[in-house]
Design a protein around this ligand. Structure first.
Ligand code: CDP
Length: 216
């Protein structure tokens, strides 16, 4: 790893995305949303009319697909076979199937290698489920953002999105390949009673103690 990686992991709808995007903006780092990468591959699987649980078909599809990682407005963006799935990434269909697709080792291998390429390019704030535990276990900057199941379900419903967060968490935590877990050495923040700015301030305070300071 050539650049600093700030790993932000946690369960569904814990606020990771808003917090990570804002921390990246304040630090002048790249924001990498790895969940969007798993969602984009899931979109491709559904678009190709494959069964998301059929590991060999999914592996073959990926072997024949072009996955392009780019950067737009300081954030990662991702195209599959030349298409940007856009709002379809958060559709109910993709959300319902993503944990199945993300449990497949061939998918994880391919996406983790792309995530490591991002970190070769510039300092980043990378959010996901396994960033501190499996993608960058060596980074000294690891955060795990949690919130109660009730708060997380309410946050998702407030966004007008259909999502059974507890079911997704159960699948993400129980899969064999790099399950959702609190990474060793991570600072755990329970955001149940905190807003985005409060979580951002907390993380920036802890990073400042290690010499990482905002530019904005
Ligand atoms: O909805 P939320 O923002 O919480 O989830 P997401 O970050 O968009 O991730 C969607 C799904 O991708 C998760 O439920 C996991 O199944 C998978 N994922 C993963 O397996 N590993 C990651 N590093 C990121 C996401």
């Amino acid at each position: 790893m050539q650049h600093i990686v700030i790993a932000v992991d946690g369960p569904a709808a814990s606020g990771k995305s808003s917090v990570s995007r804002e921390i990246a903006r304040r630090l002048g780092y790249l924001y990498v949303n790895t969940g969007a990468m798993y969602r984009a591959v899931t979109w491709l699987v559904l678009h190709s009319e494959l069964d998301p649980s059929d590991a060999s078909s999914v592996e073959q599809l990926l072997a024949n697909s072009e996955l392009e990682c780019g950067v737009r407005d300081g954030a990662s963006c991702f195209r599959v076979n030349g298409s940007d799935p856009g709002d379809a990434l958060v559709s109910a269909e993709v959300t319902a199937a993503v944990s199945k697709v993300a449990s497949q080792p061939s998918v994880r291998r391919r996406l983790v290698s792309l995530q490591r390429l991002y970190a070769n390019q510039q300092p980043s704030v990378m959010e996901g489920r396994d960033i501190g535990s499996a993608v960058f276990p060596e980074t000294p900057h690891k955060f795990y953002i949690d919130a109660s199941a009730e708060v997380r379900a309410a946050r998702r419903a407030g966004q007008g999105l259909q999502d059974s967060v507890t079911q997704r968490d159960a699948m993400d935590s129980s899969r064999r390949d790099s399950p959702l877990t609190i990474p060793e050495g991570a600072d755990v923040i329970d955001s149940s009673h905190m807003n985005v700015q409060e979580v951002v301030s907390e993380i920036l305070t802890r990073l400042a103690l290690k010499g990482i300071r905002p530019v904005l």
